[in-house]
Ligand binder design. Sequence first.
Ligand code: DGL
Length: 267
Amino acid sequence: MRDVDAPIGIFDSGFGGLTVARAVWDQLSAEDTVYLGDTARAPYGPLPISEAREYALECLDHLYEMGVKALVIACNTASAAVLRDARERYDVPVIEVILPAARRAVRVTKSGQVGLICTVGTAMSQSYDDAMAAVPGVRLHTAPCPMFVEYVERGVTGGPELLMMATAYLTPLQQAGIDTLILGCTHYPLLTGVLSYVLGDEVTLVSSSEECAKEVYRTLTTGGLARSGHTGERQFLTTGNPDRFSGIGRRLIGASLDEVVQLSTLR
Ligand code: DGL
């Protein structure tokens, strides 16, 4: 077991994981965090699963070697790609986004009709289907939303064009009678306005980012790894351009990302 004072490593293909990081900062303010965004090779969503897996493990190895006490895979696509082997590879707790979100959705749904919006990679992996397969009376309806990530990264989270697109993506899920929608991509919490507008209040949104952060809290607390009496420090690493990373990051989460360091060794 690693030192309680060691940071938590948070990994994402790029920027979406910042929604997980923000929830971790809110819920575990005493924890130091190192965030690694593989922006040079993002988006992972359209990549073959094997390629996303290779990149994700490289990034997770890097964080592990930095001495983090827990690894958080703050990306659905990466979680789907490494779900099966990340826990065996590292001797620190590995927390991902898919199982916590799937578990929550199963608890929340009354009709048993659950919707999932995600990247093409996550949809193809069928990881959410696998996570829910054993639950009787629950049916998953998946709608890949390949354009959403690009809109969020451009800072477009409202307006008529996005509304039209969201309506097109969500209509089949509405027709299937879903009462619960999993936001199966860590970029999507930025789109809760338009998603609730289209679906109405009767559909409960389950954020994979929020559920993941709760799981981080649970894991650290039950494992005796939670820190207290300290103000958490934040470190940011990117494989891409650090200025672009801080610019988009600030726009996405409204917090300034003080010092972003470029990691050239991974590219
Ligand atoms: N945020 C990633 C996810 O949760 C998607 C972004 C990407 O395609 O790299 O799936």
